[in-house]
Design a protein. Structure first.
Length: 232
């Protein structure tokens, strides 16, 4: 309490005026604040890591088909889809109309770099008697991304003394966004005549499209069943 000269009354009487100071609020930083900040940072870090891991684990989808200029073995209606997850070394494929081989041969799945000819064996498998052959390969290490642009399915002798792909190429596919993808697709359909030949061409395209859709549905159902079995 003090005298305030400006507030002295004009009649000369003295008035005692109490000076009111604003309250001072001091910040209080408790352990609960520390715990809340730590939880927030942990959640943000977990969401960031989860998003990155999902992005890295996204599989690359490759359409495989019998290309007359490259394929040297197997029926022309053979086709398939391959899903390659490079960061996890996971390779899955659904292949249609692969003939069953003898005991001295096996199918092999390869990655190839067309500019250098370098190849990487992903694994070998046998065709089933059903129209669709399912391939599930899990490599012990991640697949190096070394400029691969082509996926091959070949027939290899068993045993196989040569580490390179055999000349019996069955199916060929290009990784999306690579120059080989355009090379494998002709700018126009081949001239096979008029009339019935044109109908057969579009019929084959329609059948292959339906097969690819069916393969996608089968793969989705298998993934759902696997998730259901893994759920406690």
């Amino acid at each position: 309490m003090r005298w305030v000269d400006d507030l002295v009354p004009r009649d000369g009487s003295e008035t005692l005026v109490e000076e009111r100071l604003p309250p001072v609020i001091e910040p209080v930083f408790t352990r609960w604040h520390v715990l809340g900040i730590a939880i927030t940072v942990a959640i943000a870090l977990w969401l960031w890591l989860t998003g990155n891991s999902r992005a890295e684990a996204y599989p690359v989808r490759v359409i495989l088909s019998h290309v007359p200029t490259v394929s040297t073995f197997g029926p022309p209606q053979a086709t398939g889809v391959a899903l390659i997850t490079f960061s996890e070394g996971d390779v899955r494929a659904d292949l249609v109309d692969l003939p069953v081989l003898g005991s001295n041969d096996r199918y092999a799945l390869w990655l190839r770099r067309s500019d250098t000819g370098e190849t990487l064996l992903l694994g070998k498998f046998d065709a089933s008697s059903l129209p669709v052959t399912h391939v599930d390969l899990l490599l012990p290490e991640p697949i190096p991304e070394a400029g691969w642009d082509t996926v091959l399915v070949t027939v290899e002798p068993e045993p196989d003394p040569d580490p390179a792909p055999d000349s019996r190429v069955v199916l060929v596919g290009a990784l999306p966004g690579t120059p080989v993808e355009l090379d494998l697709l002709p700018p126009t359909l081949p001239q096979t005549g008029t009339g019935p030949a044109r109908t057969d061409t579009w019929g084959l395209v329609a059948v292959n499209s339906l097969l690819l859709i069916a393969l996608g549905a089968i793969r989705a159902r298998r993934n759902r069943e696997a998730e259901t079995r893994g759920t406690p």
